[in-house]
Design a protein. Structure first.
Length: 321
């Protein structure tokens, strides 16, 4: 058991480092190619921070651990809103200024509902995976076109411009991009192996492991990015990281087990886990738009989000018993 836990911790450390190097290299490459910082921030960085979830889900699906893959996608979204946004808001209140971010929120809700409709029959099939991937392509196309139309008037453009690496050569950027991807792949294999062994030893399902340990570990890049952005007084990037990651988790991460290893999954995903993710998504939208005030996630609201995440983990613990 000690070996499995040590491997899990080592895998998480490598995963976070690999994701950071991958995003850094990808962003620098895109910048050197003349791509807008806004587009880099909304697409390249968003996909990059979801790379850990994508690779872990792919490895899990290929090893016939579909429950772990699905749990990773849903659990990561719950952790992003409840844990990461809660901790970030406790660090500093998050005021939502960007119209682009506010426009993405209803899209996130629509995509979350789409995922529920596809899963409600208890099957994640190949067609479901194709629908999610097609929706991802449509979303990215819409995001790029609509964002470029507002780039000169939206505050997030300046925030992204200050975050994109501008002093890295293309060769060095490609080096870190490749190294980051290799480390991500290797650490994903280590994580899945250790997680499955721990689940077997403890006698719990791979779904529970995916919803808890793996979801938390693969969300660490979002935690680091969101807190760093909030401390730099870039609240729109902090919230944008969460929104973008959650969209990619549903469309990209959740589609992977359907494409690689389609089939059924535990019914509790539909009755317990997905509804909680949907409720937290609605709460995020309400807080970001604001009620009786401008959109702002205060420290009190951050504490409530953190409490909700703790309550969900407690529910999973007692269910596992």
């Amino acid at each position: 058991m000690i070996l499995y836990i040590a491997t899990l911790i080592g895998g998480f450390i490598l995963l976070v480092w690999g994701a950071e190097r991958f995003v850094h290299g990808a962003a620098a490459c895109a910048n050197n190619l003349g791509i807008s910082p806004l587009i880099i921030g909304l697409t390249v960085v968003g996909l990059g921070t979801s790379a850990p979830e994508m690779l872990v889900s792919a490895v899990a699906a290929m090893q016939d651990n579909t429950g772990l893959a699905i749990g990773n996608a849903i659990g990561s979204n719950i952790a992003n809103i409840g844990l990461i946004l809660g901790i970030t808001a406790l660090t500093t209140p998050l005021i939502v200024n960007s119209s682009i971010i506010k426009r993405e929120l209803p899209v996130l809700l629509a995509i979350t509902i789409l995922g529920y409709v596809l899963l409600i029959d208890g099957e994640l099939g190949f067609i479901d995976g194709l629908i999610l991937i097609a929706t991802l392509i449509l979303f990215l196309s819409w995001l790029i076109i609509s964002s470029l139309q507002q780039r000169k008037t939206d505050v997030i453009e300046q925030e992204f411009s200050e975050e994109i690496p501008t002093d890295m050569s293309t060769g060095r950027a490609l080096f870190w991009l490749v190294i980051g991807m290799i480390v991500l792949l290797l650490s994903s294999k280590l994580l899945v192996w250790a997680a499955v062994e721990i689940a077997t030893t403890l006698g719990v399902s791979d779904l529970i492991i995916g919803l808890t340990i793996i979801a938390l570990g693969t969300s660490l890049p979002e935690l680091a990015a969101s807190i760093a952005s909030a401390l730099k007084n870039e609240p729109d990037i902090a919230i944008g990281n969460i929104i973008g990651s959650n969209i990619f988790n549903i469309l990209a991460v959740l589609s992977i087990p359907g494409l690689i290893n389609p089939g059924g999954f535990a019914s509790v995903v539909i009755s317990r886990d997905y509804p909680i993710m949907l409720i937290l998504t609605i709460v995020l939208i309400a807080l970001s738009y604001g009620y009786r005030k401008n959109g702002c996630i205060t420290r009190v609201e951050g504490a409530l989000l953190l409490f909700a995440y703790g309550a969900y983990q407690t529910l999973l613990y007692f269910n596992a018993q």
